[in-house]
Design a protein around this ligand. Sequence first.
Ligand code: HEM
Length: 236
Amino acid sequence: MAGPSLPRRGPSPAGTNNWQGAFDWLDERVGVRTIWKTVFARAVPKTTWLYTLGSASAILALLQGITGMLLTLYYVPSPDHAYDSIQYIMNDLAFGWLIRGIHHWGATLLVITVFLHMLRTYYVGAYKYPREMTWLSGVVLLLSVMLMGFSGYLLPWNQKAYWATTVGTSIFGAVPIVGPLLMEIARGGPQVGAVTLARFYGLHIWWVPIIVLGTIGFHLYLVIKIGITSPPERSE
Ligand code: HEM
């Protein structure tokens, strides 16, 4: 059955180029102008550079996603090959050292940027009404970003990675009563081994990124819906 008939726009007026025509065609069907106005051209209060830390975190997260996807093309998540595949990426693959370097340092920079962004929002009281959910979704993001760092640390499968994960997961064991069970769940067995590597790889490339993506979407939806705070001013 045909849907409701909308009044169709006529051909583009003389003088407008084909790009304009194509854009109008798309806008009429998808509403790109409204999306652009709502997301990018929305009114914001006069802010400072500190207000760019959220966007910096988003761009760094995107960069981690792109470089991480490139690394999965050569990284092999098995105890027999993980270490060698990283050596191959670093020493033989064209620009492998660059992609891995960006991913490695980007992870540290992301944690620092997200933390500074959190301090900025805390400083201006942006966790208060009506932004409680923005703050809470931020808490999920902070924990997820840290979990990304923790799960990624094991993947090079070198001595540092192995023992850091042995120590890190043994912290779960210190929880009263359920500690040993939690530690075994984290390791996938009594010791760090092949299952731990598979488990951490799964967390690192699927579970946590999906949570991060969904939560960033929700976080930014709230930022757009509610609007951001303005920096505090001295009232005379
Ligand atoms: C991957 C992590 C994160 C990304 C990509 C992100 C992104 C953003 C962006 C783009 C904004 C608007 C611009 C700005 O204020 O900088 C924002 C605002 C906000 N974020 Fe985040 N954020 C992240 C983590 C966090 C964390 C860890 C918290 C706190 C626990 C948090 C709490 C907030 C709050 C309360 C606002 C509103 C700020 C205001 O109205 O002034 N965010 N976030």
